[in-house]
Design a protein around this ligand. Structure first.
Ligand SMILES: Nc1ncnc2c1ncn2[C@@H]1O[C@H](COP(=O)(O)OP(=O)(O)O)[C@@H](O)[C@H]1O
Ligand SMILES: [Mg+2]
Length: 279
């Protein structure tokens, strides 16, 4: 598949979607793939998590959806192998506008088509609610990664998500598939083990073998505007996301063993190629 588009999605908040989108995108970029990260959550957590500050953003995913004549490059912040289309709070207004526009939920997909020529892989971070933005991601994506947190009630909501996915598959995006379920926020409790067993019982080989452990470094990184590979490349979080990246590439048939240690110092830079500070 040429330049697969992967959406990280689960309409439950706080399950590690953004953490996964950012760090998977960076882990793949470290494998010499040119990766585009698209932030589709009005909260802009992925945008801030890779060090792009709100006040430096001129065009974002909002303008691309709103104005179909706007050059896509005007919204791309370039980094080293990892580029970003950011989100700002304007996106919640755009989502409300989308309700009244015919086929507006296909606009993101159309916007990403020409970008498939330029990137090896595109990752979309999604908002924690069903609505036009979530549907935009489901229409644009080839594959979904569904993070599931290792707590009680973790599987609640997955059925509803799958109903939405089937609806999109039957309609506008027949090629959409769930690539895998990812256990996140894993701590050394029985609950985490039980959740993993329940996932396996329900989804079998669709469950990623890699589990993302709960770690302080992963929690710290977004506040510093750094991926885990910039914040703490030797940490368990970095190892876990490299493991996920390897599984993702294998599942996409793009597999090659990930052997390289992550190269530090890969700053995401803004359009003007000014380095974002990550001292
Ligand atoms: N593996 C992890 N270890 C520690 N903290 C994590 C981990 N994954 C996510 N977090 C933290 O949990 C919170 C929710 O994660 P986030 O990725 O923003 O979830 P979502 O995008 O699904 O709402 C954030 O504060 C994030 O930093
Ligand atoms: Mg999020």
């Amino acid at each position: 598949m040429k330049c697969p588009i992967i959406a990280v999605t689960n309409q439950k908040g706080g399950v590690g979607k953004t953490t996964t989108a950012i760090n998977l995108a960076q882990a793949l970029a470290l494998q010499d793939l040119k990766v585009l990260l698209v932030d589709l959550d009005p909260q802009g957590n992925a945008t801030q998590g890779v060090g792009i500050r709100l006040e430096t953003i001129q065009n974002s995913v909002s303008e691309l959806i709103r104005d179909r004549t706007l050059p896509v490059d005007s919204a791309i912040h370039q980094g080293e192998n990892l580029d970003l289309i950011p989100a700002t709070p304007l996106l919640s207004r755009v989502e409300r506008e989308m309700v009244a526009l015919t086929n507006s939920e296909l606009r993101l997909a159309q916007r990403l088509v020409p970008l498939r020529e330029r990137y090896g892989l595109i990752v979309i971070d999604t908002p924690p609610t069903f609505g036009p933005l979530m549907n935009s991601a489901l229409n644009a994506a080839d594959r979904l990664i569904v993070p599931v947190d290792s707590g009680y009630f973790a599987l609640m909501g997955i059925k509803e998500l799958l109903v939405e996915v089937e609806e999109i598959q039957r309609g506008t995006n027949p090629g959409l598939q769930v690539m895998g379920y990812l256990l996140t926020l894993v701590d050394p409790t029985n609950i985490a083990n039980q959740t993993f067993e329940t996932l396996l019982a329900n989804f079998g080989s669709r469950v990623f073998e890699t589990k993302i452990r709960r770690s302080v470094k992963l929690r710290e990184a977004p506040a510093l505007g750094k991926t885990i590979f910039h914040h703490s490349p030797e940490s368990v979080g970095a190892r876990d996301y490299l493991g996920l990246a390897e599984e993702v590439l294998t599942r996409l048939g793009m597999g090659c063993a990930i052997v390289d240690a992550p190269r530090p110092n890969l700053a995401l830079v803004s359009g003007s190629r000014m380095a974002v500070s990550h001292e």
